[in-house]
Design a protein around this ligand. Structure first.
Ligand code: ATP
Length: 586
């Protein structure tokens, strides 16, 4: 029952709808009292030989109108109560989705996609059922139960009524004992469902790798283990739940037996008529449904409560990103000052960046290179505000980037990550994703800068070609160039390319970079790359190794320093020359 008070905020908001729904339920319950009474009257009229056709017709007309009224009232409560439960579902879904949108990388490291999907689907459905069928069953069984008991006492006999409902106390005791256990069992069952979701998602996404490594069978066995775990958890919750219904039947059986024995004696003693006994037994039959409903109500409430716990845990997670109260919404194009004394990833002991300091004037370009795992992407992660907790400061213009409104700040950046993400729509909409109103000319121009236009023209449907989920129908190089076209479309103040041309050949890469440079004379560009030829033309290059800057300068200056940059550049140039010669010989 605790779940009702935890959902109070919602019931308060929708109190009118629930009030109308409950009033309709009360009226239905009052209507329910009438038919047994009429049946009893008719039986008494027959047994006392006082039945007339007029009396019978009147009673039948009353029954008919009661049935029509009940139909209308049932429609009303369904609309009010179920309708409200869908409002709760809509609210929770959008709250959760907005929460997902706000959260940072740490949150997504902690929660797996399958978990989040389970929360957004199964758990929300379970909570909705509390606000719909839950409230209905609760109110209906309470109202029907009370009205039937009152009718039995007032119209027939209070002593007999007390005797008949006494065994119901057992049901309340049992509900109390089983309630807590069912709650725990449902939590486990829902956690097991989340694990299955995670497993399925991972296997489906990684299906190519699984097949290539011949791991399908092993993965199937692994999956079966998850299913078994889920079945075990479900079995336990259903076993506990199944203890309810037989108990209800047993208790109702005891009530009937007591009624027949003591009701029969009361008829023999002349304390009630035979018609009243028939009415009494009909009222008891009406009590059956509320009794059974108590069983399913507990199931529903405990499931909903366990799901609400899980959703609340998720909503309670706070993003570590700092969003000041008076966040600055206008982001000027000024010098980028990157002054990081030290940064470590959350929950990681190792320092990822130490003493990384550089300035980048607006309109200039910066190349970030260095050995793998050196810290290139980490610098970009901080610029992208994936993490706000570090020692030092990053400024754009005069302000710390943490003082800007996050959306306004990110809006000024065009970012192409190492692993790009394409949406399952056509090429055009993928390019103009950030600005769906962008004209076809703008899309075409961005596509030309990214050297994608030629490829798209070869496709059957051109810019209307569907790229499939995650862009499966495109080559690696096409995906990268599409991601670049998307980033340059809005001509951002800051363009960041994180090793985003690794899948295209160096000649094409050079073409793309030249076009980007030509089209972005006002904009600032940062290119992180493994291939040093990618940053050759940058105004400034930093070499990052073991989380710190080890060399810094222009291409020519770095070649003269005879360090990692010069060695690697010469090595890569020799390799490129060799590759060029080999492809010539072919
Ligand atoms: N989310 C993370 N949580 C913890 N550690 C991380 C995370 N991302 C990166 N690291 C660690 O930080 C260090 C720097 O990684 P980073 O990705 O910045 O290197 P990189 O120079 O971009 O490498 P590459 O050239 O291979 O892409 C590595 O030791 C890496 O393991």
């Amino acid at each position: 029952m605790g779940i009702f008070s935890r959902l109070q905020w919602f019931f308060k908001r929708q109190w009118r709808q629930y009030l109308i729904g409950v009033i309709a339920l009360i009226l239905v319950a009052i209507c329910n009292v009438i038919p047994p009474k009429i049946i009893g009257n008719v039986v008494d009229a027959v047994s006392t030989n006082s039945m007339t056709s007029h009396y019978l017709i009147i009673n039948m007309i009353v029954l008919f109108f009661v049935a029509i009224l009940q139909y209308l009232l049932r429609f009303l409560w369904q609309k009010m109560i179920y309708g409200s439960s869908y409002v709760l579902e809509r609210d929770l879904r959008s709250r959760l989705f907005r929460h997902f949108m706000k959260m940072d990388s740490t949150f997504y490291k902690k929660w797996r996609t399958g978990d989040l999907m389970a929360h957004a689907t199964n758990d929300i459905d379970a909570v909705r059922d509390v606000a719909g069928p839950g409230i209905l069953t609760f109110a209906d069984s309470l109202i029907t139960g009370t009205s039937m008991i009152l009718a039995m006492g007032m119209f027939i006999n209070w002593n007999l009524t007390i005797l008949a409902v006494l065994p119901l106390i057992l049901l309340a005791v049992m509900a109390d004992i089983l309630g807590g256990k069912i709650h725990v069992a449902f939590k486990k069952s829902q956690a097991a469902f989340s694990s299955i979701n995670n497993k399925t998602q991972e296997s489906v996404v990684g299906i190519k790798v699984l097949k290539a490594l011949g791991q399908e069978q092993a993965d199937e066995q692994d999956f079966d283990k998850y299913v078994q775990k889920n079945i075990r958890a479900n079995k336990r919750s259903y076993r506990l739940d199944a203890m309810f219904d037989p108990l209800t039947t047993l208790i109702m059986g005891i009530s009937y037996t007591l009624t027949i024995i003591f009701g029969g004696l009361a008829v023999l003693n002349g304390r009630i008529t035979i018609g009243q006994l028939v009415s009494f037994i009909t009222y008891m039959a009406e009590l059956m449904w509320p009794m059974y409903a108590v069983g399913s109500l507990f199931n529903l409430l405990e499931r909903g409560s366990a799901s609400y716990d899980r959703i609340s845990d998720l909503l309670a997670e706070k993003s570590s990103l700092v969003q000041p109260k008076n966040a600055i919404t206008t982001v000027p194009s000024g010098t980028l000052k990157f002054d990081i004394d030290s940064f470590r990833y959350p929950d990681d002991k190792k320092i990822a960046l130490r003493d990384v300091h550089f300035d980048l004037q607006a309109g200039k370009s910066l190349g970030i290179v260095g050995p793998t795992g050196g810290g290139k992407s980490t610098i970009i992660n901080l610029l992208m505000r994936d993490f706000d907790h570090y020692q030092g400061v990053i400024k754009v213009g005069k302000n710390d980037i943490r003082d800007y409104d996050l959306d306004s700040y990110l809006d000024k950046i065009g970012y192409v990550p190492q692993t790009n993400f394409l949406f399952s729509t056509n090429v055009r909409d993928n390019i103009r994703f950030a600005d769906i109103e962008a004209s076809s000319e703008a899309v075409l121009s961005a596509s030309k800068i990214a050297d994608l236009d030629g490829d798209v023209k070869q496709m059957v449907d051109g810019y209307d070609t569907q790229v499939g989920e995650l862009g499966v129908s495109l080559s690696g190089g096409q995906k990268q160039r599409l991601a670049i076209a998307r980033a340059v479309l809005s001509n951002p103040k800051l363009l960041i390319l994180d090793d985003s041309l690794s899948a295209v050949d160096s000649k094409t890469e050079r073409h793309i970079e030249q076009r980007i440079a030509k089209n972005r004379q006002q904009g600032t560009t940062i290119i992180a790359a493994s291939r040093l030829s990618s940053v050759e033309n940058a105004d400034q290059i930093i070499v990052v190794s073991k989380g710190t800057i080890v060399e810094q300068g222009t291409h020519q200056e770095l070649l003269h320093q005879s360090g990692w940059y010069a060695d690697t550049f010469n090595l890569q140039a020799k390799n490129a020359e060799l590759e060029g010669r080999l492809s010539h010989e072919k």
